[in-house]
Design a protein around this ligand. Sequence first.
Ligand SMILES: Nc1nc2c(ncn2[C@@H]2O[C@H](COP(=O)(O)OP(=O)(O)OP(=O)(O)O)[C@@H](O)[C@H]2O)c(=O)[nH]1
Ligand SMILES: [Mg+2]
Length: 262
Amino acid sequence: MDIVMLGHGGVGKSSYLSLMYAAMRDGIQGFGLRAREASLREELTSAAEEVLRGRRPGGGRREVLELLLHYQGRAVLPVRWRDHRYLAGQGGERLLLGLSRADGIMVFADAPRLLGDEPYRADLRRMGALVQRALAERDGRLTPFVLVFTKCDRLPSAGGGPVPLDSLVEPFEDVIAKVAVTENLRGAVALVACGHEPAGVTVPVLWILHHAIVGRGLALHAALTPGRVLASADEAAEYERLEPLFAPAERLVTLLSRVPSF
Ligand SMILES: Nc1nc2c(ncn2[C@@H]2O[C@H](COP(=O)(O)OP(=O)(O)OP(=O)(O)O)[C@@H](O)[C@H]2O)c(=O)[nH]1
Ligand SMILES: [Mg+2]
């Protein structure tokens, strides 16, 4: 399963990843994520500790993290978690390919910055247009799509006022409209804070797992249907391992009932 995180440098992707990992390492409703290699397990765990102290996560930048999806303590499926730093003006062929093949997509935006910085908003609109192009090239696979607004602890509303959701999503209006009319894309908005007082960290990952497990399963099932191009033995085995997770993945919805979706 391929998950892509996309966002500008400094938006908070690595901070998110480390706190997400710390939450999923212990597991939620039986689902967990673990790094395949011990060195990455240690790196992510110590990065999470740094972030919880309010610091920038250390460690080198990895573009691809090899994780394993666990269910009830057993490894089920490899998860390739891609950290894609968006560069303004980038042609983005690699990005387009990554997004058009992903089983789950997270697009990151810096919430406090986007409220006041017009050039940044314009840049997010351009990034949104690129994402839309990639979405247009996808097959019809059921795929979760999360707009992750970071640094929400720094929003003026953090003291308890209403979150200016309309202003936050405005640069993404066209992408949201595209996702909303595309049958197999499931969009959500997540407001997160990744610092010493984390908030909303589990929403993006649980939204992704909730839909991507079934999405991946249905895609494998279609490939295994008699009469279709021959599926590999690996795909058949993967489907066997995934199928028992459909119902538990469905039940994650109880943790996501208040998430704005589109
Ligand atoms: N207040 C606050 N600061 C954050 C939050 N998330 C990230 N930061 C800070 O933002 C800076 C950048 O965070 P990173 O997680 O390294 O951002 P990144 O997207 O991985 O950046 P690149 O790896 O350069 O692409 C760091 O100084 C973090 O401490 C947040 O939710 N709240
Ligand atoms: Mg990073």
